[in-house]
Design a protein around this ligand. Sequence first.
Ligand code: NAD
Ligand code: ZN
Length: 352
Amino acid sequence: MVAKVVFGRGSFNQLGEIITPMRKNERAPFIFLVDDVFESQITFTSKIPLLYSDQILFISANEEPKTSQVDSLVEKIILSSSILPSGIIGIGGGTVMDLAKAVSLMLTNSGSSEDYQGWDLIKNKGIYHVGIPTISGTGSEVSRTTVLTGPTKKLGINSDFTPFDQVILDPELTENVPKDQWFYTGMDCYIHCIESLNGNFINSFSKTYGETALKLCEEVFLSSPSPNISQDKLMMASWHGGMSIAYSQVGVAHALSYGLSFLLGVKHGIGNCIVFDHLEAFYPDGVKLFKKMKRKHNITLPKGLCANLTNQQFDIMIDVALSLEPLWENAIGKDWKSQITRSSLKDLYSKM
Ligand code: NAD
Ligand code: ZN
């Protein structure tokens, strides 16, 4: 679990006060990984509390994090400082937060980040890392994974060392998220709840968080509260949704969405929406409500993504999806292999 968290509108202003005691010395910088959407927003970047040789590295979120990107960031950081940094601060959505977690881990674990894609492969604690979400939904701020695309798979570095040491939840930071992206990333949270609550790994711990997050999602996406309340609620939904899956698992939508993302580069939030729209057979009530929310917010999802794919390309997506065994076991049960066939997955992908 995340050791420390502050919540509140304007709490970003406490960042300097929070990280100062964690500075090892003047030569050990804090490295701020910041979504480049903020690069031109001087009023925001001027609040980042830089001292000594601290650095801001602006990161594009156009593509999701790759193992090669993590490795080159780690190399850049090691080359730019004579000692390990005091900490890594990730400011952005799931993309930047996951990069911050992965970089923190790879500064203290040798080799390439691709060697650690899987469950509990990390040997050493990472360096101090702080997560500050600027868009709500992924739950990356609270989860024990950092999802990376490597040369052969899209899979997280899941470990007890992955969660942030500190999180700052400031809903004000999400004010300018574009509407479509707000919906896609918000639906990531909604889908986390549906997959967790309807999975075989569900337990009272996850259920409590999942039900809370689901209720908050319904309030945000169906009742349309005022902007401030909506931002506050969605940030808490994201946190609770993340807590729910941290102690259970996601399911069919995530497995198939990872395949789409690996082959076609479809981003996580929109990819989950594209997939979930076709999963009535697995999550009938959840999909019904999803379609209602989609209509209410006039969201049109892309179609025909898989229209011109070759059999070999379908196979790549199916291989990635089927490799995520815990997700299928959670969704279907221990005998999932007898129920989920390659041709049934091809049929589903063909509809997208
Ligand atoms: P994202 O981080 O890619 O951001 C989406 C878009 O929103 C980007 O264009 C970004 O620049 C923009 N944006 C972010 N904050 C903004 C703001 N305040 N104002 C304006 N624009 C803003 O999207 P995401 O959906 O948050 O994250 C997706 C990533 O999260 C994927 O890589 C996925 O694999 C990962 N993920 C991780 C976990 C986990 O537990 N670690 C869980 C779910 C998803
Ligand atoms: Zn997700």
